[in-house]
Design a protein around this ligand. Structure first.
Ligand code: ZN
Length: 314
């Protein structure tokens, strides 16, 4: 049995896991890696989490796949200035993991990786043209065209989170303004809700014991809290506009949406589908189905494993 180590690095949490060549998980380990901890501590903790799963799987790793936010240099395994991983610029992740586990390591954009994972093990199997969108701390995109990942000239295609939706909108980590992810990522939904609380003293979001998250906004909205409904539906409208733009450019058969915010289920898929039906060109809107990731919140991990498999075996 071939054992593949997958690492999914995020700005809030990260996952290490070991699977066989069919994508069956042997062990996995999810840890919190908030950006506030800084890259050194987070990377150390990710390596420790990886040590643990490799040990649980009995060692003998053949290849390592690493998915993380872009932009990055796939050829050298090094990160550029990643919007959602401040301070990680210049780190050569493939070298760090390859030395630790004595196996070849491959780096890819986390959303492209998740798309490859959905193509190999998930909702995109047998579909040649689809787009994967992760809506979590930020928003990432992965594009599969003709059954193959589309990476673009510099391997950084698919930055759907940075499509401009409101030209003079909120400042984005990428340096621009009004990007899709400043309006409807989990971080954005929480930020927008927190910013409007003082003007909405009647909202139940004022009574939380913990900081507001996209999940708490979704929950309050589902209970009919007027302010939460407004924040949530604006976010879903913007997400729908972003997806409509992508549909107009690529004419995909599927748009697969994963990431923490997609856990809201119908509260996300219904309004986003409605906006796409209204705003994308009709022929293209008719072709597309917008569905949840089959790999759920392991989409990034399964993606990293799929990247290792395809790069190692090619
Ligand atoms: Zn941006």
């Amino acid at each position: 049995m071939m054992k593949i180590l997958g690492i999914d690095i995020g700005g809030t949490k990260s996952i290490a896991g070991v699977a066989d060549q069919h994508g069956t998980l042997i062990a996995h380990n999810r840890i919190l890696t908030p950006n506030a901890h800084g890259p050194t501590i987070n990377l150390q903790n990710i390596l420790l989490a990886a040590d643990e799963v490799v040990q649980q799987a009995g060692g003998g790793i053949s290849a390592i796949g690493i998915g993380c936010g872009g932009p990055l240099d796939r050829k050298t395994g090094t990160l550029h200035k990643v919007a959602n991983l401040p301070g990680w610029e210049g780190l050569c992740l493939t070298q760090i993991f390859s030395e630790r586990f004595q196996a070849p390591a491959y780096l890819d954009n986390d959303a492209t990786a998740a798309a490859i994972g959905e193509a190999r093990f998930g909702a995109g199997a047998e579909v040649d043209d689809f787009v994967y969108l992760t809506v979590s701390t930020g928003i990432g995109g992965g594009i599969i065209i003709g059954g193959e990942p589309y990476r673009g000239f510099g391997d950084n295609a698919g930055e759907i989170g940075h499509i401009t939706i409101i030209p003079e909108g909120p400042a984005c980590n990428c340096g621009d303004r009004g990007c899709l992810e400043t309006l409807c990522s989990g971080t954005a939904i929480a930020r927008i809700a927190a910013g409007g609380l003082s003007d909405n003293p009647q909202s139940m979001l004022n009574n939380l014991d913990t900081p507001i998250t996209a999940e708490s906004v979704a929950k309050a909205a589902s209970r009919g809290d007027g302010f939460a409904v407004k924040v949530w539906s604006d976010a879903m409208y913007h997400l729908g506009l972003g997806v409509a733009n992508v549909v107009n450019v690529l004419n995909p058969r599927l748009v697969i949406i994963g990431g923490g915010v997609a856990k809201a289920g119908d509260m996300l898929f219904e309004p986003v589908t409605r906006t796409v039906q209204k705003r994308a060109m009709k022929a293209l809107a008719d072709d597309v189905k917008i569905i949840p990731a089959a790999n759920g919140d392991l989409a990034g991990l399964m993606g990293a494993i799929a990247v290792a498999l395809s790069d190692y075996l090619s």
